[in-house]
Design a binder for this molecule. Structure first.
Ligand code: TXA
Ligand code: MG
Length: 344
């Protein structure tokens, strides 16, 4: 049996599993998703159980075509239409007012819903074979690093997950750009590979920064996308000195850098991720997983350049590096403003 034919059969099997209310993992161009039938609340609940994710966190509904949007979205605004026209299928998620039939399990009880039409051919074939919307967060346990290879998904869930469609390495490597199109002007909620200027070329009035009226975005809580090893962000000029502070004490240290190492050191594992933002992003989560495995005292991450092509990377690194004490401070601050969800 040819590999392509085998994959077709796996996609059909995955679509059947979705129809039966099961959870399947599939590749998208950004990261792997953990999918369930978006119109079956019991199935979507299984995603939350598997991930260990709090129930009030909304998930993205993946759709194959704008034609079926009215099942999910009440009002496709002019900005949303223009953005979808330009960037779909692709790594853009739009937050819109929800259609009445959308389950609270999908929206986290909010009156909005996030939708995205992914570009990955396997995701598209799965959507076509299934015929409905697929609710899917990233296929990692809650708070962990997102998966960009099928083997990462298997590392996360092992035997608990029967179907993992293998699409190789994800091309983008960081999660989709999220734009909210409810409210007076569109707002960037999560940076991704589509840059601010690309978005503003289509929606010139696009705002950035957190929406004071909507703070329940798990990706927007401070600590996320985190390896188990502590991550420290270090300015380029201090990188080698900070590294030596550890290795001089015979402590293992992992380094994610933009350049090759200037010296060898037996206590050091150094990854040169290069200076191209697209390559850096594609390998980011695999690199963090690799460095997390070596059992180092710390992962030192060289600060990345200024410039909007690095925005999504900077955002994810900042979240990975947030210390527990900062998370606790944030929790206290959120309690003071009446936030009831979980932080991390
Ligand atoms: O690239 C991606 O977006 C990947 C792939 C699998 O499509 N998915 C992904 O899903 O990153 P997840 O659940 O890990 O992150 C989705 C983000 C969360 O931060 C969630 O809070 C936000 O989307 N979100 C979902 N529904 C929302 C809504 N109604 N309003 C605001 N944010 C929402
Ligand atoms: Mg995620």
């Amino acid at each position: 049996m040819s590999i392509a034919r085998d994959l077709q059969q796996q996609i059909q099997a995955a679509a059947e599993a979705l129809r039966a209310g099961e959870v399947v993992a599939f590749p998208t161009e950004t990261v792997y998703g953990l999918g369930a039938d978006a119109s079956n609340p019991a199935a979507v609940r299984k995603i939350f159980e598997l991930k260990g994710r709090p129930a009030n966190h909304p998930v993205i509904v993946h759709v194959d075509d704008r034609k079926h949007m009215q099942r999910w979205v009440r009002d496709m605004t002019a900005d949303a239409r223009a953005l979808a026209e330009k960037f779909w299928p692709g790594p853009l998620t739009l937050v819109l007012s929800r259609a009445p039939a959308v389950s609270d399990v999908v929206t986290g009880g909010q009156d909005t819903v996030a939708v995205r039409s992914p570009a990955h051919p396997i995701a598209r074939q799965l959507l076509a074979a299934f015929g409905g919307g697929i609710a899917a967060p990233s296929a990692n346990r809650y708070g962990h690093v997102s998966p960009t290879r099928a083997e990462h998904v298997k590392e996360e869930f092992g035997k608990a997950l029967k179907i993992v469609l293998d699409g190789g390495d994800c091309k983008v490597g960081v999660e989709s750009t999220i734009v909210s199109c409810v409210g007076d002007a569109p707002r960037l909620l999560r940076p991704g590979s589509i840059t601010l200027s690309q978005l503003r070329a289509v929606a010139p009035n696009l705002l950035t920064g957190p929406d004071p009226a909507a703070i329940r975005t798990p990706g927007s809580t401070p600590r996320h996308y985190s390896p188990r090893t502590p991550v420290n962000l270090v300015p380029s000029r201090r990188l080698v000195d900070v590294m030596r502070e550890f290795t001089d004490e015979s402590e293992r240290v992992a380094v994610l850098s933009l350049r090759p190492p200037s010296t060898a050191n037996k206590f050091m594992t150094w990854i040169n991720a290069g200076t191209r933002a697209d390559h850096y992003a594609r390998n980011l989560y695999a690199n963090l997983r690799t460095l997390d495995r070596i059992g180092a005292k710390v992962i030192l991450v060289e600060e990345v350049p200024a410039g909007e092509s690095w925005d999504a990377i900077r955002d994810r690194l900042k979240r990975a590096a947030t210390k527990d004490s900062e998370v606790r401070e944030h929790e206290v601050a959120m309690e003071e403003v009446g936030f009831e969800g979980d932080v991390i």
